[in-house]
Design a protein around this ligand. Sequence first.
Ligand code: ASP
Length: 585
Amino acid sequence: MYRTHTNGELRIEHVNKTVTLAGWVQKTRNKGFMIWVDLRDRYGITQLIFDEERTSPEVMEIAASLGREYVIQVTGQVIERESKNPAMPTGDIEILVSDLQILNESLTPPFTIENETDGGEDLRMKYRYLDIRRKPVRQNLVFRHKVTMAVRNYLSEKDFVEVETPYLIKSTPEGARDFVVPSRMNEGQFYALPQSPQTFKQLLMVGGMDKYFQIVKCFRDEDLRADRQPEFTQIDCEMAFVEQEDILQMFEGLTRHLLEEINGVTVTDFPRMTYDEAMRRYGNDKPDIRFGMEFGELNEVAQHKDFNVFNSAELVVGIAVPNGNTYSRKEIDALIDWVKRPQIGAMGMVYVRCNEDGSYKSSVDKFYDQQDLARWAEKTNAKPGDLICVLSGDVHKTRTQLSALRMHLAQELGLRKADEFAPLWVTDFPLLEWDEETSRYHAMHHPFTSPKPGQLELLESNPGAVKANAYDLVLNGNEIGGGSIRIYDKKVQAKMFDYLGFSKEEAKAQFGFLMDAFEYGAPPHGGIAFGLDRLVAILGGQETIRDFIAFPKNNAGRDVMIDAPAKIDESQLKELHLKLNIENQ
Ligand code: ASP
């Protein structure tokens, strides 16, 4: 037996017991006649003591040779510590070692294996296995496990069956590029890695599985934005014989359960908002509703004066910053610079100080009197002491800019509290989205999403106005899940492909299997997928999903530990019938 106990287990009641422990040397303190070693494993740290008077000279000698991260096994007696450490669960005891074996030596690690390490991100990623020895990383992985277990138990309880779907498939249109895998046995042909199991889960519904889920890897070859992973995990779900309401209730249930079980938080409100409303009130389809600062549209009260910037704008819109009147001129200028940065792209910002005495002072006093500004305050819900920030321009861009400002200010003002949870369903998304690049409409969610009842007719006359039976689940300003009620009628699906610009042949080549399946009694069905990595990070009260992934890729999509992607041998290329067409190979 390598050990009788773990390093997180022993307490005062174990005193006098003879135990065997194993683990890593966290640190040693050598006074010559006495040596202390902190022994670590996943479960905790236990202090070992080697004492000249009570430990044999041979063991003393080995103890003196121990380096950081050596793997050792010790046998000894649990004794009460003279100076106890109440900060440690094992802090009342120590082990008086009688026997010590070095199981493996270690090089000095490139960074300290402590809660607060001196290692930078790149170094920690290169030696991720050492990083995982650190408690915060280890805890995150255990936390992730807890969340996935809670998900599995909940869904299983509700009669969902976890079914695995293949990774080597044909392209699924979720809007990103596919990662492809060349087939050795089928010359010139490629598999694609799934962007999601979308078509398979629909086929499982045709197959009568009724309720499916899968905690599954998905692969999307997108330009990497900060904190995106080319492979990520979804909690993928599908149900048959359901309407939108059934799905919303089922997954509201799951979300409540997770918040309760993982965070001990009971959410009372689970509001819903249409996409249009979310855009109007927050300029964003995933609003953080933990704080106010809702948009006030000012066209009516700010146009038709002599201020041309506003008169020529499609939208004039503002937010009230609570207690923002305390901002100095310099601080307001910094905000103006912030919205003018290319990433935000506003032309400028108008502001109104709402004084405690009920008067106003604005950057456009030349054009607006106190009465005008009072109406702005009314529209933005500004109180005395607040600051109103106003942007103007094209509807969509202006909303996006003001939404970014709202989030920036909320962050600065500490309004985004990690331990507060505000879920929200956003429903009635547009079915289609205009794509500037290709000058045509694309499916906003995916081409299997059904339009709202009675809206299909609008497709020809006013495609942009067609609403979809699609919904997102938002938590604290993050989209954590999204799904839709699907098309299950072959004719409707064919019409959708046709509308999205697939020729009959293309539709057949890509999705013939699904269309065929729809010929054999497909039930009405719908589903949702949650992004597990982000969900876990939010429940864990943290921002970075990478911290909750055992072996993540960096921002360039590389695994710096195994050094992937990498070249392959000429012989492998040949076997795969591939020839690289790259200079300087
Ligand atoms: N497959 C979709 C996605 O990955 C989710 C769904 O519609 O269920 O976003």
